[in-house]
Write a protein that binds this ligand. Sequence first.
Ligand SMILES: Nc1nc2c(ncn2[C@@H]2O[C@H](COP(=O)(O)OP(=O)(O)O)[C@@H](O)[C@H]2O)c(=O)[nH]1
Ligand SMILES: [Mg+2]
Length: 216
Amino acid sequence: MDREPGSLSKPYEDAVSNLIWIKVVGIGNANVGKTCLIKHFCESKFNSGYQPTVGVDYGFKVQEMHGVDLRVHLWDLSGASEFFDVRNELYSGTDAIFLVFDVTNTSSFEALEQWQREVQRFASGKPDIFVVGNKSDLKMKRAVTSSDGKKFCQQHKCRYFETSAATGEGVMPMFEALLQTVLDKQNSAAPATRKPSAGVRKEEQTTDIYRRQSRS
Ligand SMILES: Nc1nc2c(ncn2[C@@H]2O[C@H](COP(=O)(O)OP(=O)(O)O)[C@@H](O)[C@H]2O)c(=O)[nH]1
Ligand SMILES: [Mg+2]
């Protein structure tokens, strides 16, 4: 499309109102790999040096799904208890949560229930929870089996994935399933509550989806 240098091809309000913003939050004990999973999804990178998240880590990616560009914001809320207040602020407006444990660390698996309770208590709008057994590459050190993970998810009615942020195995399928679920949920919402352009192809988007988020 022809346009003057420095000018937008369509009015700013239209351009902003057609964006689909998705907020994803990663939770789970410290050191399970939340930051590495976000880094892998956003930048296809892995860092083996551990830098504990202080309060919150953030990643952003434009992910295309079915011809729709999704603006995906990902937050890693620090697992440390002193950041409890920060985490609870950040749950607001969350579309989906990935709850991570480390398959080599039993206590990170045992903590899942406590994390679920935190979500139920503080996250409004009942975001879907995806449980992720990370570090699946460390086969010799494995302490939690796949069937333990699946059993937990059957009991708690959530989906189970295994990933390795180190090799990348399972990372994209997990995030794609999560984003698809968010889109499906928005599309099947009752018309009055529906976020209007969710899942609609870019050129068909006409309404003011996520205007609130795009301003914040
Ligand atoms: N082998 C292996 N190490 C991982 C994996 N994911 C993360 N790590 C390592 O685990 C440590 C903690 O990762 P980080 O993403 O910072 O954990 P967070 O505290 O949950 O955000 C780092 O040393 C990472 O290099 C993985 O899939 N496999
Ligand atoms: Mg972190």
